[in-house]
Design a protein around this ligand. Structure first.
Ligand code: PRE
Length: 364
C-alpha cells in the first residue's frame, strides 16, 4: 500500500472512530440519567456517583480480553482511560483533590486513575485533602496510604480518625522512583529538601553520597523541587517529572533503596462502590486494653468467618491515653454476607468501629 492510500484509509477509520466515540459518549449520558432516576426512586435528590471503580475495572478487563493487537493491552487501556475520563466529565463536573503542588506522586497517581478530562485541585497537606472531601469541596480526593519500602503514611491514618465519615472508593498503586534533583553538582550540595516518606525511601543513598548535607523535611516532593529551584546549593529528593516542571537537573537517577518501590493510594468520596466479587475493606477500631486479649479476640472473629486479613496498622487513639486505633484491612466487601456477619460480631470487642470503606482489589 502506498503512503497516500494508507493515509486515506486512516482518515476513513478516524471518521468511524469519532462517530463511535460519540455514540459511546451518548450512552454514557444515558447511564448518568439512569443513575439519577434510580436515586430519585429511592427517595434521594442527591448527586449519583459518577466514578464507578468496579465498572471501570470490568471495562479494562473486557478490552484487554478483546484486544488482538498490534496495539499492546497497556496502550488500549491508556486510550480507554481517556475515553472514560471524558465520559465522567460529560456526566458531571468532577473535581479531584490531591496533595500538591503539581508534580507530586499523588498528582501522578490521580492523573493515572482519572485521566485528562477532570479538574484537579492541589492542597498543601494530606489532612486538607481529606477535609475537602469531608466538606464536599471536591468530588473525590486521592491520598497516599502506604509505601512498600517505608510503610504506612501516618498523616493519612490520623486524618481518618478526625474525618471518619469519608468513604474509601478505590485503591491505586504507583511505582515510585525517587531521584536527586538540583541546579548544582553533587559536591556543591549543602542541603536536601524532601518529604519524610521520600527521605525514608532513599536514606541509604543519602548516607553514602551526601552524608554532610542537611536534610530538611517539607510537605511534598514537589514542594522540595520548588525550593531547590530557587535556593542556592540545595537539592530535592523528588520525581523526574518535577525536574522538568521546576527546571532542575537529575543529578542522580533512582536513589531509592529498594527495587519495585511502590506507593498505594486511596480514592476517597462520599460512598463506597458496590461489591464486585473481588474487593477489600478497611476498618478502624479501638479495643479496651484492660480486657486481656481484646485485640486477639477481635481479630479472631475474621479467622472464624474465614476472612483473610491483608494489613494491620496502629496509631495512638489521641482520645484515651495508651489506647490505640487499629486499622485492619480484610479481603471482601462490607456488604458480602460473611463480612457483614463478622462486622456485626466484632462490634462486641470494639469500643468504636468504623468501616472506612470497601473497594475493588487492584493488581500491583
Ligand atoms: O457505568 C457507569 O457507571 C458509567 O458512568 C460509565 C463509565 C464508562 O464510560 O464506561 C464512566 C465512568 C465510570 O467510572 C465507569 C464507567
Amino acid at each position: 500500500m502506498d503512503l497516500d492510500s494508507a493515509r486515506k484509509m486512516i482518515s476513513d477509520v478516524d471518521r468511524q472512530i469519532v462517530d463511535l466515540l460519540n455514540a459511546r459518549a451518548s450512552l454514557s449520558l444515558n447511564v448518568g440519567a439512569a443513575k439519577r432516576h434510580s436515586l430519585k426512586e429511592q427517595g434521594s435528590d442527591g448527586e449519583p456517583e459518577v466514578y464507578v471503580p468496579g465498572q471501570e475495572k470490568r471495562v479494562f478487563e473486557k478490552v484487554r480480553g478483546l484486544n488482538q493487537g498490534p496495539l499492546s493491552d497497556d496502550s488500549v487501556c491508556a486510550i480507554y482511560r481517556e475515553i472514560m475520563s471524558a465520559s465522567i466529565s460529560l456526566q458531571s463536573d468532577v473535581t479531584v483533590g490531591y496533595l500538591g503542588p503539581a508534580g507530586t506522586f499523588s498528582h501522578q497517581a490521580a492523573m493515572n486513575r482519572f485521566g485528562d478530562s477532570l479538574a484537579y485541585v492541589p492542597y498543601g497537606k494530606i489532612e486538607d485533602v481529606i477535609l475537602a472531601v469531608a466538606k464536599e469541596e471536591v468530588t473525590y480526593g486521592l491520598v497516599p496510604i502506604e509505601n512498600s519500602t517505608y510503610g504506612a503514611v501516618v498523616q493519612t491514618l490520623d486524618s481518618f480518625v478526625d474525618q471518619p465519615q469519608v468513604k474509601l472508593r478505590a485503591e491505586v498503586y504507583l511505582p515510585v522512583t525517587q531521584s536527586l534533583l538540583s541546579r548544582y553538582q553533587l559536591s556543591a550540595i549543602r542541603k536536601v529538601y524532601s518529604h519524610p516518606q521520600a527521605f525514608g525511601q532513599s536514606r541509604r543513598w543519602l548516607d553514602e553520597h551526601l552524608p554532610n548535607a542537611a536534610r530538611v523535611e517539607v510537605s511534598s516532593t514537589a514542594k522540595a523541587a520548588e525550593l531547590a529551584s530557587t535556593e542556592n546549593y540545595t537539592a530535592a529528593i523528588s520525581s523526574e517529572v518535577c525536574a522538568t516542571l521546576y527546571n532542575l537537573d537529575v543529578v542522580a537517577k533512582d536513589v531509592t533503596t529498594a527495587r519495585d518501590n511502590t506507593t498505594r493510594f486511596f480514592v476517597l468520596g462520599q460512598s463506597s462502590d458496590l461489591p464486585t466479587g473481588d474487593d477489600k475493606t478497611l476498618l478502624m477500631f479501638t479495643v479496651d486494653h484492660r480486657e486481656p486479649g481484646a485485640l486477639c479476640s477481635a481479630l479472631n472473629v475474621f479467622a472464624k468467618h474465614k476472612i483473610n486479613q491483608t494489613a494491620i496498622n496502629s496509631r495512638p487513639s489521641r482520645q484515651r491515653q495508651w489506647h490505640y486505633m487499629f486499622f485492619v484491612e480484610i479481603i471482601g466487601h462490607a456488604q458480602d454476607a460473611n463480612v457483614a456477619s463478622a462486622l456485626e460480631e466484632i462490634k462486641s470487642y470494639c469500643l468504636d468501629l468504623v468501616v472506612l470503606g470497601s473497594y475493588p482489589r487492584q493488581s500491583h
